[in-house]
Design a protein around this ligand. Structure first.
Ligand code: GLU
Ligand code: ZN
Length: 513
């Protein structure tokens, strides 16, 4: 590849048309790491030439999505840089100038066709099962005559496409690609509103911004021949083209909302996935490293990533994989950081706070240790911040009603033994100085485990000893580890009191049975 000795510069060029798509995130990541590896810059250019599709606020969401996973572009409206403006609507003069240049050289032409004529043409083609294409009608117009008509009439400017030529390019991922020019439309380059189309603007900007690698989704392959013609007409060198494989649902249908949410902010704001996991997940949409690591830092990707290990076949968006990665990243997170991230996530104004979350926010200053302890315990069973938020619920209120059946069910439980064990545990708790419990969550759990085990009466089995108490306190017969639970609950202001009265209730219930 003759470009590799030059400075590597990459970009993403999203349009501000709504919530940022996960596919854009993947494209951004691949571009970012190619730039980082080559010691070059990664730019964010905004392609806002289709004013009808623009959605206010989109730009901020693009920044937010990228920054969430740690990608800060080197250049862009928000980030500065020497190749601006990075917003296409601020570059209109430029496009006009280059379009005029093409007209002069005969590489583009004025088209005055009315919408009605174009509609008739399309309908005719449809009827004859032909692909919808402009018929080069206005190419036959006299050049000077057309130029003077353009002073008074509405027009667009179209690309002149040579007849029957094989346009070839070498894609860094897909290999050699050939498209016959007869399949290429005389693309509109300048619209009647004075805005360029994507095709003209993208080529001019990539050239002027000295982009060395155009890395984008596979859906742009069919546009590439148009771009190649433009590079040729302008006399510019081609960048390296690399088209990333499609992203599909697990049933191999095209990634769409119906199966998986496609908005990056759904994963950030609504679910609270781990950004490191999201990055990891997206990086594996097409790329296979030489050696797979369990967790990656951004710097690992910068080191390991390479375009020639990106495959051409479709990538699968498997949410189960994202879940397990997110779990893995959360459990290995520093607990202080996780607690802060959880608080930030709850504080997002777009997030509707649950009652438990409101309680949590109150506690975060009063008893920060309690907040950390809750997350420390629940994260071992959660994949997302949302799941953690549901998980901590049980630490706020004991389940409202004790049921005898639950206390005695699925054990051939001996009531006398159950009463005895509850007494033992209750008095052990009563004697405990909770202010002196170990600070560290794991240490606290193991201290409690040892403490209660040391009180276990010799004639009771482990199960007889712990089961009734666990049910009485946690309301759960199986899944919950009682020592973990107590390690959190006893940090609550009246936690000890609540547990003691709870166990007394349980005892009464058993006695009156
Ligand atoms: N504006 C295009 C998009 O929305 C950019 C495509 C490209 O990277 O050339 O994805
Ligand atoms: Zn025309």
């Amino acid at each position: 590849m003759e470009k590799l000795d030059k400075t590597i510069r990459t970009r993403i060029a999203p349009s501000p048309t709504g919530d940022p798509h996960v596919g854009t995130l993947r494209t951004a990541l691949f571009n970012y790491f190619v730039a980082k590896q080559g010691g070059g810059n990664f730019a964010l250019r905004v392609e806002d030439t289709d004013k009808t599709r623009e959605v206010p606020g989109s730009l901020e969401k693009i920044y937010e999505s990228l920054e969430w996973i740690g990608v800060f572009p080197d250049e862009g409206m928000k980030y500065g840089g020497d190749f601006g403006p990075y917003l296409q609507s601020k570059r209109l003069d430029l496009y006009q100038r280059y379009a005029n240049d093409l007209l002069e050289k005969g590489y583009a032409y004025y088209c005055f066709c009315t919408p009605q004529r174009l509609t008739n043409l399309r309908e005719e083609q449809e009827k004859n099962h032909l692909p919808p294409r402009y018929d080069s009608h206005c190419l036959k117009l006299d050049k000077d005559e057309a130029a003077s008509r353009a002073k008074n009439e509405q027009y667009v400017i179209r690309l002149k496409v040579p007849e029957d030529e094989v346009i070839k390019f070498n894609d860094a991922i897909k290999g050699e690609i050939e498209i016959n020019s007869n399949e290429v439309d005389d693309q509109v380059l300048m619209k009647s509103d004075g805005y360029p189309t994507y095709h003209l603007a993208v080529v001019i900007d990539d050239h002027l911004m000295k982009i060395s690698h155009v890395i984008r989704g596979e859906e742009w392959i069919s546009s590439t021949p148009k771009h190649i013609l433009l590079y040729r007409y302008f006399g510019w060198d081609l960048p390296v083209f690399a088209h990333l494989p499609l992203i599909l649902n697990t049933d191999r249908s095209k990634l769409a909302k119906r199966h998986n949410n496609t908005s990056v902010l759904y994963y950030k704001v609504e679910q609270g996935y781990h950004p490191g996991a999201m990055c990891h997940f997206m990086m594996f949409m097409g790329w296979t490293p030489k050696e797979v690591k369990e967790c990656y830092m951004l710097s690992d990707f910068a080191k390991d990533f390479s375009l020639d290990r990106v495959g051409a076949s479709p990538a699968i968006f498997d949410i189960a994989k994202l879940n397990s990665l997110s779990h893995l990243y959360f459990v290995s997170e520093d607990i202080e950081k996780l607690t802060q991230d959880f608080i930030d996530w709850i504080s997002d104004s777009r997030h509707k706070k649950s009652n438990v979350e409101k309680e949590f926010m109150k506690l975060k200053n009063e008893t920060p240790q309690l907040c950390k302890a809750m997350l420390e315990v629940v994260r071992s069973r959660c994949n997302t911040l949302l799941e953690m938020s549901v998980g901590i619920e049980k630490f706020f209120n004991l389940i409202p009603k004790l049921v005898l059946d639950d206390l005695t069910l699925d054990t051939k439980i001996n009531i006398a033994n159950a009463i005895h064990s509850i007494e033992v545990i209750n008095s052990a708790i009563a004697k405990m100085d909770v202010t002196r419990l170990p600070e560290n969550s794991a240490a606290r759990i193991s201290w409690l485990t040892d403490y209660f085990r040391s009180k276990q009466p010799a004639h009771l089995s482990g199960r007889d000893y712990l089961h009734p108490t666990r049910v009485a306190i946690t309301g759960e017969r199986v899944s919950m580890n009682m020592f973990e639970y107590l390690s959190v609950f006893l940090l609550k202001k009246d936690g000890k009191k609540e547990i003691i009265s709870r166990l007394s209730d349980a005892k009464k219930l058993l006695e009156n049975n």
